[in-house]
Design a binder for this molecule. Structure first.
Ligand code: AQP
Length: 333
């Protein structure tokens, strides 16, 4: 069976962006049943920027709880944290030697995150996309559900696979396809419609966290930045109104409708009407997940057992692929 792999960094709490752009798609692909699905808390990626150790451990378990509460079944899918499957890092090193400095330097996420202070960024942050390629290709995964922002990294994953295959004269690593679908492939900040909603944004008001309670969610949506005009009659009228468009996209994704259906209901409405309706919808959809996460977090030993069991199953797939890679490269075994 073809395989799906995707991951999320335990670098903070889960946001509505992660949920709509990634986790919900992960659940869809599990439910479709046409692929073997492997989902990962990428803790080794998280430490490319400083993480307090206690926070990293808590965020990793909380992310696992978030996956399960959202519908990932650790029996039907393989649920792991990256550092417990050492084959990711082992293949990552090989890919560090395949990828070119120039390729990595062109990654917009590297440029955004390192900013003007690249001298002070970690070497790991620069090499991040090579490890990401290894995360995917250590399972020969062919499909990767992600948000829009990860498209460039997935193109790099294909470049790395192609160069490896070419350099060693093999047809070993598959060329991976991104799966970028739905109304919320890029959820924007609630404070700035041109910036993506992000767990590391310093402003908590910019995002909805999966751990926010109902009042907090409602307040953040009420206070979300918008312009003074009512909603236009159709979606095309939102072209120059990124904040309003973002709220409509969120509404569509949360209610499993397309944006035209949402505009048919709310076209011409004032934000004073639309925002409370959206807040109610968000609370209704997210509260059961939040509650279930809190319940799961009470038994951390059980979460740790699930991740250990996931690692065992993942290694059974990854170890032979790593072995064959080493053989191709000429490492004596
Ligand atoms: N705003 C978003 N809209 C849609 N999808 C999103 N994703 C993230 N933000 C949005 C998707 O979530 C998955 C996991 O992302 P990640 O945690 O590996 O890293 P990220 O993309 O860097 O996410 P954040 O929240 O912005 O984290 P920080 O602030 O730590 O960098 C990916 O599939 C991503 O597309």
């Amino acid at each position: 069976t073809p395989r799906v792999f995707s991951g999320i960094q335990p670098s903070g709490g889960l946001t509505l962006g992660n949920y709509l752009g990634a986790i919900r798609r992960f659940v869809d692909m599990q439910e479709a049943g046409s692929h073997e699905t492997i989902y990962c808390m990428v803790d080794m990626h998280a430490i490319t920027v400083w993480q307090d150790p206690a926070d990293l451990a808590r965020n990793t378990r909380e992310l696992a709880a978030g996956f399960i509460a959202s519908g990932i079944d650790p029996e039907r899918s393989i649920l792991i944290n990256q550092s417990q499957v050492p084959e990711h890092a082992q293949l990552g090193w090989i890919f560090n030697c395949v990828a070119r400095m120039g390729w990595m330097g062109r990654m917009t996420q590297w440029k955004d995150k390192a900013g003007k202070n690249a001298e002070n960024a970690s070497l790991g942050l620069f090499a991040y996309p090579a490890l990401m390629a290894a995360d995917i290709l250590i399972y020969h995964a062919t499909h990767v559900p992600v948000g829009e922002d990860q498209k460039q990294h997935l193109e790099l994953t294909r470049d790395i696979a192609a160069k490896f295959n070419h350099d060693y004269g093999v047809d070993f690593f598959p060329l991976t396809e991104p799966v970028i679908e739905g109304a919320a492939t890029r959820v924007m900040s609630l404070r700035d419609g041109t910036k993506k909603m992000s767990k590391s944004d310093p402003s908590d008001a910019s995002r909805i966290n999966l751990t926010d309670d109902a009042d907090t969610i409602a307040k953040k949506i009420r206070k979300a930045k918008t312009d003074p005009e009512p909603l236009p009659e159709d979606y095309a009228g939102l072209a120059e109104r990124p904040e309003a468009r973002n709220l409509v996209n969120i509404c569509a994704a949360l209610s499993d409708r397309n944006v035209d259906e949402v505009m048919a209901e709310y076209g011409g409405a004032q934000f004073g009407t639309f925002k409370p309706a959206l807040a109610d919808l968000a609370v209704a959809k997210l509260a059961p997940i939040t509650d279930e996460m809190a319940r799961l977090m009470q038994d951390q030993a059980e979460i740790d057992r699930i991740l250990a069991r996931g690692a065992e199953r993942a290694r059974a797939i990854a170890a032979p692929i790593l072995d064959e890679t080493y053989r191709i490269v000429g490492m004596v075994r």
